[in-house]
Write a protein that binds this ligand. Sequence first.
Ligand code: UD1
Ligand code: CA
Length: 466
Amino acid sequence: MALAIAILAAGKGTRMKSDLPKVLHTLGSKTLVERVLESLAGIPVDRCFVIVGHRAELVRDRLAGATVGSTPVEFVDQLEQLGTGHAVQQLLPHLVGFEGDLLVLNGDVPLLRPMTLQAMLDLHRAGDQGATILTACLADPTGYGRVFCNERISGDRLMVQEIIEHRDCSDAQRQQKRINAGIYCFRWGALATMLPNLRADNDQQEYYLTDAIKALAPAAAIDVADVSEIWGINDRAQLAAAYGVLQERSKRRWMQAGVTIIDPHSVTIDDTVELAPDAIIEPQTHLRGKTKVAAGARIGPGTLLENAQIGEGATVIYSVVADSAVGAGGRVGPYAHLRGGTALGDRCRIGNFVELKNAQLGEATNAAHLTYLGDATVGDRCNFGAGTITANYDGYQKHRTTVGDRVKTGSNSVLVAPIAIGDDVTIGAGSVVTKDVAGDALVVARSKQVVYPGWRPKYLRDAASS
Ligand code: UD1
Ligand code: CA
């Protein structure tokens, strides 16, 4: 049976009080609408439509090239937002003659799991009802459409007669705890026939998709076990609560996979991150983007990793590592900053107030204090004394510094790029090195110490000795 998807994403999301369309607000590393696409993972889909309206160009840009499996996302305009039923009406010209099911998802329901949608599809396809919907029983159903059933077929199978929006309910009807999740599976032929007949005779004077359920009744329904899955995000507080749910899911998954998270409440882990068993995540640590942490590495406390690769057994304490790699057994921090394109060989030590940018270091090289290495290629077993700086920027362009193996720089050395330092070079403290240095040399590039004996006035010396 063919399956088409409609994701309703044309609304403004007034209660977000935002310039951005609601579905482009982010939950961790992805927008709400991308999360909705993710909930289709593993479900074979023939067509996937995203219905766009408010600031449609932003939604199109964000989803350009997006697919569900190998099916490309197509966009359908809803120029005026006259309700969820009106949104689905826009599909009529796109699905002429389509024989299959239409799965409708709300663009603001980001926590659905694929297995829940699969269970709903299975229920739909097991019967011949015109529609199947996802429902939940909520302690506080305020705001949601209420679901009314007058038959119950064995066990958890409900047959739904109608859905009434919160604002259209009588006080008695509002007592109903079972709500409409806004997720529907329709037989397209049956829906397409009745869609043109929707009427906007309700409190909001909108065309409600929920009225299609009454027209096609009885519809099948399935209650979700975990109600957070069907949360609709309408304001920033709900957005934050949904983020909390995603975080809990991800941290639970990693702990089950053998990662120690000492204080989960103070840690956030994007779902794009990969952690090996026996990694240890200390408090106040945030792992984002395509970060990978190898076995036995210890991250934190107080660390931000973004697109970082951390090798086996490495430690990173109170530091920021972005778009960079730390080799096995490395020690980073406290208070180090590794920026774009930095790669440390194994067993490097990067200490207090050290900044590395686009710097590739060999094995066992150390920069333990107060150093900046930018646009540099460095060999193995070098030691940068405190305050060593690569002067990589002449005010117009960036230049590279190349350093061989086993080089030692004295404190407060400045390497003025472009410059190449050979193997086994030693640089005297306080040197400003402007020319290339061949291997095995000692270079001292600072003004000579001049001593003027007896410089203190005689009367002061006399006063001190009397
Ligand atoms: C809807 C359901 C309600 C259900 C709730 C679940 C209707 C009439 N009501 O209410 O029964 O309990 O979802 O979260 O469907 N949209 C469009 N075009 C429009 C209007 C809305 O694309 O003209 C999109 C919105 O961008 C949003 C989704 O449809 O992604 C739902 O719209 P929203 O206004 O949030 O519906 P609710 O009032 O929450
Ligand atoms: Ca909503």
